[in-house]
Design a protein around this ligand. Structure first.
Ligand code: CMC
Length: 429
């Protein structure tokens, strides 16, 4: 196969190299096009056809519904691994051996506490502050408390990464406690990652919450399935901020803001709001599907569709099964699960969704699991952020270690006014 592409602009031909990834993905390398063509750039709003970097972390084949972290299929990881092991895999590139796993786990345990002054920042937020706003602000505030780790380089990454992965749970749980007016519950060093989080969320000073193992396992799986998804909006944000040599905490804080949006991580809340609305009679399943198809309405079927997957999202398949197993084990019932199943069936049998390859994505079932665990809806996107953290850290590391990376700086096609004169205020219409 030829390894160059020819581009013809007016009468001039340009020979552009084709680069190929390990899974056969190909890209036309246009890095020299602007110089060679004296000013011509490519135009790709939304970056649907743009490879912004080379990456070794996650592989997705959207047509076949394949997702692999560092080469390992997500289905295998979901069956055999844990969130913290996957975090290690994503950040360091290999599964940990026993000594590495133990050391990583100890670092997570040792770093769970927040600086007492940092804890006081919560008092500055109103009781009804959105948890994602608090999360982003508090992660950025970590830069103030760990100045040595806020350096714009990867030297102390192990320490910074474990601090972040461990403390993010404490921040999330404390923000929940703050909104409820309940006392903060400190992390317990004898608990594993997820059960410690659930303890900080749901224990009270006089009443210790013990999560049933199946509940902790389900949440562990939710986090693991969110752990990375290559160049999505929030990860690209982290990479872009990192490319300016911003520190890990501030880069990740920016990623949290991007994730907050309804079309990205915020969709898990929006799905539940949509299902609630159907349950309460504000919407019917038929109306939901009709509205989603109506181009004059901005309504979308939340939890459906994906920029990359044009087949089933493999994470949604695992989560649907996890949801059913959890519900059976804890004898939980939720009318929203029945509504979700019916809605899924209606959409999958509708030509609009079939023709556009719109399938349930990771957010369609995650919210129903989180509800069953007792996580309030406004914390769903925070759970996504805790899960996505290892991926963001791995990408931050990749940007920092790639000596060929330049600051991310897209160009534009300017479509505004051409040069014109300044009009004094008394002459303006
Ligand atoms: N409901 C109705 N129509 C849809 C939907 C939807 N959920 N998703 C896509 N479409 C339509 C879209 O309007 C377009 O129609 P047409 O060809 O007639 O113009 C067609 O399907 C193709 O859309 P697309 O180009 O594949 O969509 P995109 O890549 O621009 O957007 C998306 C991807 C995820 C933002 C979009 O599917 C969406 O808004 N879904 C609902 C929100 C959601 O569930 N987001 C979570 C995504 S997964 C987790 C994450 O990454 O955060």
């Amino acid at each position: 196969m030829t390894n160059t592409a020819t581009m013809k602009i007016a009468d001039q031909e340009y020979s552009l190299p084709i680069i190929e990834g390990t899974e056969g993905e190909r890209a036309v390398d246009i890095t020299k096009l602007r110089n060679q063509s004296k000013g011509c750039i490519t135009y790709d709003p939304g970056f649907g056809n743009t490879g912004a970097c080379k990456s070794d972390i996650t592989f997705i084949d959207g047509e076949k519904g394949i997702l692999r972290y560092r080469g390992i299929p997500i289905e295998e990881l979901a069956e055999k691994s844990t969130f913290t092991e996957v975090a290690y895999l994503l950040i360091w590139g290999e599964l940990p051996n026993e000594a590495q796993r133990k050391a990583f786990s100890e670092l997570l345990t040792d770093n769970a506490l927040l600086h007492e002054n940092l804890k006081n920042h919560f008092e500055g937020f109103p009781w009804n502050a959105p948890p994602m706003a608090m999360l982003s602000a508090m992660i950025n505030a970590l830069s103030c408390y760990h100045l040595e780790l806020a350096a714009p380089c990867a030297i102390l990454l192990e320490e910074a990464a474990t601090k972040l992965i461990s403390k993010v749970r404490t921040i999330a749980a404390f923000s929940y406690k703050m909104t409820r007016g309940e006392p903060f519950i400190y992390p317990d060093p004898n608990r594993r990652y997820v059960s410690n989080f659930l303890h900080m969320m749901f224990s009270l000073p006089h009443d210790t919450y013990e999560a049933p193992p199946i509940v902790a396992q389900a949440l562990d799986k939710v986090l693991m399935l969110h752990a990375d998804h290559e160049q999505n909006c929030s990860t690209s944000t982290v990479r872009m901020v990192a490319s300016a040599e911003a520190n890990l905490f501030s880069s990740v804080s920016a990623g949290v803001c991007a994730l907050w949006g309804r079309l990205h991580g915020g969709a898990n809340m929006a799905v539940i709001e949509m299902l609630e609305s159907i349950r309460e009679g504000g919407l019917s399943i038929k109306k939901c599907v009709e509205l989603a198809k109506d181009k004059n309405s901005d309504f979308k079927l939340m939890g459906f569709g994906h920029r990359v997957y044009k087949n089933f999202d493999p994470r949604a398949i695992i989560l649907r099964k996890t949801c059913e197993e959890l519900f059976a084990a804890i004898k939980h019932q939720d009318p929203l699960l029945d509504i979700a199943r019916e809605l899924e069936e209606a959409a999958l049998n509708d030509s609009y969704f079939v023709e556009r390859n719109l399938y349930p994505n990771v957010d369609f079932y995650s919210g129903i699991i989180l509800r069953a665990i007792g996580i309030p809806t406004n914390m769903f996107t925070v759970m996504f952020a805790i899960g996505r953290l290892p991926g963001w850290i791995a990408h931050w590391r990749e940007v920092n270690e790639d000596t060929s990376m330049r600051i991310a700086r897209p160009r534009q096609i300017y479509c505004g006014y051409q040069k014109r004169a300044y009009v004094p205020i008394e002459q303006r219409p």
